[in-house]
Design a protein around this ligand. Structure first.
Ligand SMILES: [Zn+2]
Length: 242
């Protein structure tokens, strides 16, 4: 095989590794964000459950105050009854007292409902807390693994990049420019072998003259269809695949 082809294949192999590492690195950020969102959504659920408990508590306190107020009112009516000498007024006050007692009963009923709700809300907090803790632990573990992988990939990237300059310098400028332009536009498969007399990149059948020139190894031959750089090795099948 032509020396330049060997050097290009080594460079291409390096560039493939580099783009694999680059792609993997690009996925890590979004993956980490997704994990963080997952943990924060269970935390949000826990916060909501705790808030519900507080709301019920403050509602109960409000009801207690209302009962206290009604009791004070009843006290006042009883005192007025002691002072009055008018039968009508006495009766009216008795009626007021009955009404106030009715209201107290209703509020107490509402408080029973609130107590039941408080029980459910407290259970919800326990469940949500367990879920949030489990999610946090899982996410912390996974993020730890991701961070370690990122660290390794960065190291690998640095090593691959450091060595690339030397590999690139082994190829003359004009060939390297051509190769790099192809690598950018066509992806990772730009120095390709001839397979069944066809281009290993675009798979178009090659003219016999191209195959012969490539076998001659005197110059760099490119595919007339896709412009990829072609190479020939002994043992290649030269008959056209039918
Ligand atoms: Zn081609």
């Amino acid at each position: 095989m032509q020396e330049i082809i060997e050097k290009l294949l080594i460079l291409q192999d390096r560039d493939r590794k580099l783009s694999r590492v680059t792609q993997e690195l690009a996925h890590i950020g979004p993956e980490r964000d997704g994990l963080k969102n997952k943990a924060s959504s269970t935390q949000t659920a826990l916060d909501a459950a705790k808030l519900r408990v507080k709301q019920i508590e403050s509602e109960r306190k409000q009801r207690d105050l209302e009962i206290e107020a009604k009791k004070a009112q009843i006290e006042k009516y009883l005192n007025q009854q002691l002072l009055t000498r008018k039968n009508e007024e006495y009766k009216a006050l008795t009626h007021e007292i009955e009404m106030a007692k009715e209201v107290i009963f209703k509020i107490e009923d509402a408080e029973i409902v609130l107590m039941e709700q408080a029980e459910v809300a407290a259970k919800n907090v326990v469940t949500a807390a367990a879920e949030a803790a489990a999610a946090k632990k899982l996410v912390d573990d996974l993020i730890g693994q991701l961070n370690a992988r990122e660290e390794n990939l960065k190291k690998e990237f640095a090593e691959l990049t450091a060595g690339r300059a030397q590999l690139a310098a082994a190829v003359d400028d004009s060939t390297r420019n051509r190769y790099e332009r192809l690598f950018k536009s066509k992806g990772e498969n730009v120095v390709v072998s001839i397979e069944h007399s066809a281009c290993g990149g675009c798979h178009m059948k090659l003219p016999a003259q191209i195959v012969t020139s490539c076998r001659g190894e005197a110059e760099l031959i490119t595919c007339p269809s896709c412009a990829r750089i072609l190479y020939f090795t002994r043992g290649m099948v030269l008959t056209a695949a039918e």
